[in-house]
Design a protein around this ligand. Structure first.
Ligand code: HEM
Length: 507
């Protein structure tokens, strides 16, 4: 098998080898300068050497380059003459996400890389298909009854599952992986909210159901396609059904089988009851008359992706930051005391300091580190960067949260106060939002995240529910800093080991 993969790769590896050598012999082309931190670029292989050297830390690497770029933009030379524009410039972000929205669809590259997993679902769709999915989904998301439903689901998962597990960990002083626990929590929630189905993934036995294992590997393998030296390589592997592509096919067929069962079961249930008893998103979508089974299956998979790893990643980094910023923790505890029945929605809404802390945490560690569009025609970005038709333009929330030009010289500091104003008389905080194009953590413009309000509601419920009772204490080795890694969404590398301590005074 490995030999076959090698054989397929030879047409790519041989010229690469040749040009690597010629590059080292000094025949490098343009755009290399140590002063500006731009990576060296060579004929044919472009900046492949720098790319592969920084593969495991690409968000940090790109952020370093963009911090040194006067316009906050640079053009990455990928192998075989492929160019990619990378930007942390808010004017460019506004241009591609809003002003010139129809010139910058998701495009062919993104769709072909992810369509095995996501089909024609909302994340890969463009044009009329995206419009109709967006319309159906927005209708289902934007209702008061969904808010109430989310609140109840999250509260139940919190009180019946998360709190007892943390309580047991506190009692036996064990080290637990908080990232894994929060992912399980988010998975149960999204399945209940989106499909009215409870997978019971967060339980004291920490089960590993086939579906979630398949989902994890499908995300990893699909996102590895983005790093492929040439898409033809993974496409050939897929055609031969070998290596990582074979694993991906297996994982995808398990995922589609699972999603299809959910859709069929829900349709059967609705035929029998023909009512919106549970209020989950899928019932709402099916009730709206949208019954193309394949498309609804794609939507189901997209919702799981959207809802599972985003809130859990955000909360993992949030608890890590809180653990070393006691004044922030104290301020949040004060807010929880002032809102004694939080996590109830109306109370959670008042938690502006907590809201600011979550925004600040996602500025430094966004759950989605980067997002790409593809130019449908030749264009020039507001900062003067020339974009040819077919070129990918990627904006990077991870880099943008680390730009001195946008956040000041204290950008490395975790300071929720940068999102707040204090009323001198009452002493109360009020939240001051940044514009969406400077902080596109939830994307912006017509494709802005549909689950943003739901995500904040869930996260604040968790923060209030956990911190009112427990202290989260990192259990990493002395001097060990967590590492931010990114597949389609971000993660803390190796998980987040913590000890849980009960607070002496319950709030
Ligand atoms: C902290 C939590 C979250 C963050 C940071 C976040 C971020 C994002 C981002 C960056 C996008 C654009 C992705 C792309 O186009 O490639 C997006 C889209 C989307 N998100 Fe979220 N998300 C979060 C939670 C959720 C939740 C809980 C849901 C609920 C299912 C959700 C549903 C969606 C949907 C449906 C879209 C597609 C919108 C479209 O293309 O029109 N998100 N989100």
């Amino acid at each position: 098998m490995i030999q076959l993969e090698l054989l397929i790769s030879l047409p790519f590896i041989l010229p690469l080898f040749f040009f690597l050598i010629s590059g080292f012999l000094g025949k490098k082309s343009s755009s290399s300068s140590s002063a500006t931190k731009l990576p060296m670029s060579y004929p044919l292989i472009g900046s492949y050497i720098a790319l592969s050297k920084n593969r495991n830390r690409w968000p940090e690497w790109i952020a370093e380059i963009l911090r040194h770029s006067p316009s906050g933009t640079f053009v990455l030379h990928r192998p075989f003459g492929v160019r990619q524009v990378l930007t942390a410039n808010p004017s460019n972000v506004q241009h591609i996400l809003k002003t010139q929205f129809y010139r910058y669809p998701k495009g062919h590259f993104f769709r072909s890389t992810l369509s095995d997993l996501l089909g024609d679902g909302i994340f890969t769709a463009d044009g009329d298909s995206w419009k109709s999915q967006r319309q159906i989904s927005s209708h289902a998301f934007n209702t008061k009854s969904l808010h109430n439903f989310v609140e109840t689901v999250v509260d139940t998962e919190l009180t019946k599952r998360l709190i007892p597990i943390l309580s047991a960990a506190a009692a036996d002083k064990s080290v637990i992986n908080l990232q894994d626990i929060l992912q399980r929590f988010a998975f149960d929630n999204i399945c209940k909210i989106a499909f009215g189905f409870d997978p019971e993934y967060l339980s004291p036995s920490f089960p590993s159901p086939e579906f979630t294992t398949a989902f994890d590997s499908a995300i990893r393998l699909s996102s590895e396609r983005f790093g492929s030296i040439n898409p033809a390589l993974w496409k050939l592997k897929r055609a031969f059904g070998i290596g990582s592509e074979k694993q991906l096919q297996l994982a995808v067929s398990q995922i589609r089988g699972f999603a299809q069962r959910i859709v069929r079961e829900k349709k059967r249930e609705l035929d029998e009851k023909s009512s919106l008893e549970n209020g989950d998103l899928l019932s709402r979508i099916l009730n709206s008359g949208h019954v193309d089974e394949n498309l609804v299956t794609d939507l189901v998979i997209s919702f799981i992706l959207a809802g599972r790893d985003t809130t859990s990643a955000a909360l993992t980094w949030f608890f890590w930051l809180i653990s070393s910023h006691s004044h922030v923790e104290e301020e949040i505890l004060r807010e929880i005391t002032e809102n004694p029945v939080a996590p109830i929605y109306t109370e959670v809404k008042n938690m502006v300091y907590t809201h600011a802390s979550l925004c600040e945490s996602m500025r430094l560690y966004p759950p989605v580190p980067g997002d790409s569009k593809e130019a449908a025609e030749d264009d020039i970005l507001p900062d003067g960067t020339v974009v040819k038709k077919g070129v990918r333009v990627t904006y990077l929330p991870y880099a943008m949260g680390r730009m001195e030009a946008l956040w000041g010289s204290n950008w490395p500091d975790f300071r929720p106060e940068r999102w707040l104003e204090k009323d001198e008389v009452t002493g109360k905080w009020s939240f001051v939002a940044r514009d969406q194009y400077t902080y596109p953590v939830f994307q912006a413009g017509p494709r802005i995240c549909l689950g943003k309000d739901m995500a904040f509601l869930q996260m604040k419920q968790v923060v209030a529910g956990v911190l009112r009772r427990f202290r989260v204490v990192p259990a990493m080795e002395e001097g060990c800093e967590p590492v931010y890694v990114s597949y389609l969404t971000s993660k803390m590398k190796g998980g987040f080991p913590v000890r849980i301590e009960e607070r002496n005074t319950k709030l």
